[in-house]
Ligand binder design. Structure first.
Ligand code: NAD
Length: 503
């Protein structure tokens, strides 16, 4: 039996319960189907229905927010060591069901198993990392003044909303939910409507690990309805959001009346800049990995290649050869490097850019076409002969599509790199140390890697500038978002208090 057949057999077993029972909302430890309406989750691999999903409503959000609010005080006050144990058990539960999570994620999103098998384990790592931070999360500083002992402490902000997108949904959900729970917040999670499967697995695993009912609630449905209701709900104190930049603006607007605190992780059009003094073999590997892995459906993808004109011809020729060799195929085949795009809507968006590139006058040096008609497959695509004013250089395509733009000088590279609405990541390839220092200092991005692809280290800050977002995840930055700083001043003596109205 081939590895693909073996995986398909296992998947059929994992999907049976979804097919038979659908996916309900999970509120206060109970399955709740809302008003009985449902929508369908479709697999991008073969366009077949995976299961029915509860179509959540504003009333479901209200119930979930109430449950999160009711559960908050007990969860906040549970001893930190106890909370830590529960979060470690969640990590263990994820590891125990990593195969199920990975296979369901691939089927739901079209992501290749070679990447998704690690995504489940990275989700577990998120829980382990923040479990380790729980004990000191509330600690603050002692700031003594002449008359007072000033103490700061941190307290969880309250019930929070987590709204996640469909690209690597399991990993991204844990990225938000783990620190929120570690901080002592309770959560209402609204997963993307296009990928509801693994959010259901997460809440099950968390409850089996001993998370009390109501601490994590999941409400499925559409952004304009349940997402909006979550942002507007007065019992929800903050929204951690990952998604498109224009949705980020809506999140801010919708939360205005309730003065919501928002953390926004949004889109990108990230440059990778390759200078002619770089290690070009390694640069080539990294350029390819950062745009064609995970179907190019990653916010940190290097979707604009800025390549020095002295090496452009040779670098692009090598790129074309490699891109044409990338294996597009069934996501559960371990050999597959690119699976289908997540939905019909996204497939239409990405393939439209093939025409846009031609209209703009760019060259399609590789790909530029769909593959078969069974699922939403496209060939990995490279546009050359482009400039930074073209739509293919300005708009986030969010697929396996790279736009190559030449530059001649460091100044020009910097100008092109910064000439974008976005500012999530940047990648710089050079062996000139002082240039790397100079360039990274002026590059407008929240995260920059020099001579490296994106390698995530959990204690480091993750987030963007400009239209790529507001706020940072990772390490203590996550707690800054999910917690409030509280100052308490204790008088150390009989300092003078100004007397009013005294004779
Ligand atoms: P999206 O903005 O369309 O949807 C994201 C989530 O927001 C979904 O759950 C959706 O239902 C919900 N939503 C939509 N409208 C809403 C509203 N009015 N109120 C509340 N919620 C609403 O994004 P997507 O297409 O699912 O995901 C792709 C985008 O996510 C890309 O732009 C990508 O760059 C971005 N992304 C960013 C990061 C990051 O860390 N910066 C990581 C992953 C993805």
């Amino acid at each position: 039996m081939s590895a693909l057949d073996d995986n398909l057999g296992k998947l059929a077993g994992y999907l049976a319960r979804f097919r038979d029972n659908g996916i309900e909302n999970r509120i206060a430890g109970q399955d709740m189907g809302g008003d009985g309406k449902q929508f369908q989750s479709i697999s991008p691999v073969d366009k077949n229905v995976i299961c029915n999903v509860a179509h959540g409503t504003a009333a479901d959000i209200d119930r979930a927010a109430q449950a999160a609010s009711d559960a908050f005080a007990d969860w906040r006050d549970i001893p930190a060591t106890e909370r830590k144990k529960i979060l470690i058990r969640v990590a263990e539960g994820i590891e125990a069901r990593a195969e199920e999570i990975a296979l369901c994620e691939c089927w739901d999103t079209g992501q290749a198993l070679r990447f998704m098998s690690k995504a489940a384990l990275r989700g577990a790592e998120n829980f382990r990392y923040f479990a380790d931070q729980v004990v000191q999360a509330r600690d603050g500083q002692h700031l003594k003044s002449p008359t007072l002992m000033n103490v700061t402490t941190r307290v969880p902000i309250g019930p929070v909303g987590v709204i996640t997108p469909w690209n690597t949904p399991f990993m991204l959900s844990t990225w938000k939910i783990a620190p929120a729970l570690a901080a002592g917040c309770t959560v209402v999670h609204k997963p993307a409507e296009a990928s509801p499967l693994t959010a259901r697995l997460l809440v099950e695993i968390a409850e089996e690990a001993g998370l009390p009912p109501g601490v994590l609630n999941t409400v499925n449905g559409f952004g304009e309805e349940v997402g909006k209701a979550l942002c507007e709900h007065p019992k929800i104190k903050a929204i951690a959001f990952v998604g498109e930049s224009r949705t980020g603006s809506l999140i801010t607007r919708q939360g205005a009346d309730t003065l919501k605190r928002n953390h926004l992780e949004l889109g990108g059009k990230n440059p990778v800049i390759v200078f002619d003094d770089a290690d070009l073999d390694r640069a080539l590997d990294a350029v390819i990995f950062m745009i064609y892995s995970i179907n190019g459906e990653r916010c940190t993808s290097s979707s604009r290649l800025l390549v020095q004109d002295t090496i452009r011809e040779e670098f692009e020729a090598r790129l074309v050869e490699r891109v044409r060799n990338i294996r597009v195929g069934h996501p559960l085949d371990p050999a597959t490097e690119i699976g289908p795009l997540v939905t019909e809507e996204h497939f239409s968006k990405v393939t439209r850019y093939f025409d846009i590139a031609r209209e703009d006058g760019a060259t399609i040096a590789a790909g530029g076409e769909a593959v078969g008609d069974e699922g939403y497959f496209v060939r990995p695509t490279l546009f050359t002969g482009a400039n930074n004013q073209m739509r293919i250089a300005r708009e986030e395509i969010f697929g396996p599509v790279l736009t190559s733009i030449p530059f001649s000088s460091e100044e020009e590279a910097l100008r092109i790199a910064n000439d974008t609405d976005y500012g999530l990541t940047g990648y710089v390839w050079t062996n000139d140390l002082t240039r790397a220092l100079r360039f990274t200092d002026r590059l407008e991005a929240g995260m920059i890697w020099v001579n490296s692809e994106n390698v995530r280290h959990l204690p480091t800050p993750f987030g963007g500038v400009k239209s790529s977002g507001i706020g940072r995840d990772g390490g203590d930055w996550s707690f800054e978002f999910y917690m409030e700083q509280k100052h308490i001043g204790f008088a150390t003596g009989q300092h003078k208090i100004t007397k009013l109205g005294a004779l």
